[in-house]
Design a binder for this molecule. Structure first.
Ligand SMILES: Nc1ncnc2c1ncn2[C@@H]1O[C@H](COP(=O)(O)OP(=O)(O)OP(=O)(O)O)[C@@H](O)[C@H]1O
Ligand SMILES: [Mg+2]
Length: 270
């Protein structure tokens, strides 16, 4: 087994990156996939959203793993979650320091890649949640990833900032990671019954074409409530529209990632 690693990224805040990471990962785990989620955001929303706020292995959080002097053993930082088949590499607010501390470190943009390389044999999928910025934590994630999933909210200004994101993806691909591709764009908090929802969805499709996942994620109150209970929505309310949507997205994601060839090893430059 060689894991496929996906970054969930958009430097715009509050577009559903963490919600998509948690619920896509939990839906994949429900479909008998072994999944690791990695919290690369000092806000730690992914960690608390899977019920692990304040929890970490004795070795520490992703912060200790990224800033370790000698090569860290990735396995030592991974904790289980309440979802069978879903493991977590947690974060807390200390991760803010990594952005600064890593600036002068050797191979500063490769830290996460070197860490995750060690556990590629253990998981079918590794999903990495990123902060709302294009700083060193997001850069580390893009260097480690095979594909990027971009959540986009279906409202005005949805496309704002996406040019900066695609330019960054292009630069990372050129300099560090020639495998990096856009795996897909997820329309989040969508209401396709409204004209606005339809217009923005069409606009996003105009830019990203068939990269846009066919499954839109509706605005759904249960999706907003579930992280407060430390649960993915499929465990909080499996009958909700939000749970249905993420299960459908996971099916679509599985079909398209299985159809795509595995990335070649040793593709990294620099
Ligand atoms: N489809 C949805 N329906 C209703 N609420 C949602 C939906 N998706 C996300 N939310 C809520 O919207 C807020 C922002 O979502 P989320 O935290 O996933 O975004 P984010 O992109 O990770 O934010 P940040 O940039 O701060 O990391 C959260 O309170 C979340 O619970
Ligand atoms: Mg988030």
């Amino acid at each position: 087994m060689r894991s496929r690693i996906f970054a969930i990224a958009n430097q715009k805040g509050g577009v559903g990156k963490t919600t998509t990471t948690i619920n896509l990962a939990a839906s994949l785990a429900l479909g008998d996939q072994t999944v690791l989620v990695v919290d690369m955001d000092p806000q730690g929303n992914l960690t608390s959203g899977v019920g692990q706020k304040g929890n970490h292995a004795p070795a520490g959080t992703i912060y200790e793993a990224l800033t370790a002097e000698s090569t860290p053993v990735a396995h030592d930082y991974i904790v289980p979650t309440c979802v069978s088949g879903l493991s977590l590499l947690p974060a807390d607010h200390n991760l803010t320091g990594a952005e600064i501390e890593l600036v002068s470190a050797a191979r500063r943009e490769q830290r996460l890649r070197l860490l995750l390389e060690q556990v590629r044999g253990r998981f079918d999928y590794i999903l990495v949640d990123t902060p709302p910025s294009l700083g060193l934590l997001t850069l580390n994630t893009l260097v480690a990833a095979d594909g990027v999933i971009i959540p986009v909210v279906c409202e005005y200004f949805a496309l704002e900032g996406l040019a900066a994101l695609t330019a960054t993806l292009h630069q990372v691909k050129e300099a560090f990671n020639r495998n990096l591709e856009i795996a897909g764009v997820v329309l989040t908090m969508t209401d396709l019954r409204t004209n606005l929802g339809k217009e923005v969805a069409a606009e996003v499709q105009g830019v990203f074409g068939n990269k846009v996942f066919e499954t839109p994620i509706p605005r759904n109150i249960r999706l907003g409530e579930a992280p407060g209970h430390g649960l993915p929505v499929i465990l909080y309310d499996v009958r909700s529209k939000g749970a249905e949507a993420y299960l459908a997205l996971a099916r679509e994601f599985l079909a398209c990632t299985r159809a795509a060839p595995l990335p070649a090893g040793g593709a990294l430059r620099g």
